[in-house]
Design a binder for this molecule. Structure first.
Ligand code: SF4
Ligand code: SF4
Length: 165
């Protein structure tokens, strides 16, 4: 997950005042040229990169087993500031990861979409101006049938083929 310091920022406050950003900056700049702030804004908060994955015959498969620290209501990480210290396989979603391992991101992830030459979807908060639009459009993990990884014995039993993954 690539989100923001949640002690000082809420999902909606990120999109409240974008006047310091170039309009539609994601269409005008390469991913490699984005500022750290622009990169942050691209994360829609779907939470889908916090699902556990397994490799089957060389293919990455998503499961519906969420990281124990992902809040299934908000789709936010409960330990964002300490995530790398507490979760050894928590991934930093940076440019190198997006380019080298796009398959660990869902098809809807803004970083993956842009790296594949696609535009942002209409429900993306940068388009809608509303952080909740990702949830309202059914594109986040909210209200999906998830299990906590703490309940999982065999990830093979939890592989899902949701079309947006
Ligand atoms: S999948 Fe992409 S857009 Fe969704 S939370 Fe992860 S980094 Fe953000
Ligand atoms: S610690 Fe877990 S919930 Fe938090 S960002 Fe990493 S994978 Fe996601």
């Amino acid at each position: 997950m690539h989100l923001w310091p949640q002690k000082t920022t809420t999902p909606q406050s990120r999109y409240r005042d974008l006047s310091s950003f170039e309009p539609e900056f994601w269409k005008k700049k390469a991913l490699s040229d984005l500022s750290a702030e622009e990169w942050e804004l691209l994360c829609d908060g779907c939470g889908k990169c916090c699902l556990n994955k397994i490799e089957r015959r060389g293919k990455i498969c998503f499961t519906n087993a969420r990281c124990r620290f992902l809040d299934p209501e908000t789709c936010l990480c409960r330990i964002y500031e300490h995530r790398f210290a507490k979760v050894s396989d928590c991934r930093n979603i940076d440019l190198a990861t997006v380019l080298k391992e796009p398959e660990i991101l869902p098809k809807t992830c803004a970083y993956r979409c842009l790296s594949e030459g696609k535009d942002l979807p209409s429900w993306h908060p940068l388009i809608s101006g509303n952080a909740d639009s990702v949830h309202a459009a059914g594109q986040s993990l909210k209200d999906r049938p998830l299990v906590s990884e703490t309940e999982v014995k065999n990830y093979e039993d939890y592989v899902v083929d949701w079309p947006d993954l």
